[in-house]
Ligand binder design. Structure first.
Ligand code: FES
Length: 212
């Protein structure tokens, strides 16, 4: 029995007004996140201890609560769109020119960052986001960076600027809690550090070019 089963039981038999989100029940849709005994978890993947000890379930930290366990995800959705998590091409290839081919090793470069399911557990665990809600945050950074690593993409420079401006990647203090709580083994902390390095190298290159 998992925490989500307990929530469904409570909703079906004890209090039909209980508000919580879920969809797939298999750790894929990312909608059932909550704090379980103080830790951000997917409730469909958090087992109820067989020892019978008490389980405390709370809404995810760092988001406005709409009702019970339902939080407002509008801010995250806006940030996700802001980093342009899609393939950017200078010139779209015509259909008759065929598909964009990719080698397994090219897929491997970004695959783990693409496994993010937008569950926002990383935002609930991030102390930087807790202190500054403007911070772009772990998941948006990881998903934006995923496209910077994609061999089909030509928008890395533009995206790097979006990822580092204002309260961007440089605000990350590399606590690493985002990566610890990720249920899909994505490493957003790594993405954030690599974004910083890429941005620094890009600036250095443009300074060197100007000096010639
Ligand atoms: S219900 Fe979809 S991830 Fe838990």
């Amino acid at each position: 029995m998992f925490v989500l089963d307990a929530l469904n039981y409570a909703s079906d038999w004890l209090d039909g007004s209980l508000a919580f989100r879920w969809s797939c029940r298999m750790g894929v849709c990312g909608s059932c996140g909550a704090l379980v005994n103080g830790t951000p978890r997917l409730t469909c993947a958090a087992p109820i201890p067989e020892t019978g000890e008490k389980v405390v379930i709370e809404p995810l930290h760092n988001f406005p609560v709409q009702k019970d366990l339902v939080v407002d995800i509008g801010d995250f959705m806006e940030k996700l769109g802001r980093v342009e998590p899609w393939i950017i091409r200078e010139r779209e290839r015509a259909l008759e020119e065929g598909e964009y081919l990719q080698k397994p090793e090219q897929l491997q470069r970004y695959e783990q960052f693409g496994a993010c399911i937008n569950c926002m557990l990383c935002y609930a665990a991030c102390p930087v986001f807790a202190a500054d809600r403007e911070f772009i945050g772990p998941a948006a950074a990881a998903l934006g960076y995923r496209y910077n690593l994609d061999s089909r993409d030509e928008g890395a420079k533009e995206r790097l600027d979006l990822l580092t401006r204002d309260a961007g990647a440089f605000d990350c203090t590399f606590v690493g809690e985002c990566s610890t709580v990720c249920p899909k083994n994505v490493d957003p902390a790594l993405a954030l550090q690599r974004i910083k390095i890429d941005a620094a190298l890009t600036s250095l290159k443009s300074i060197t070019r100007r000096g010639k």
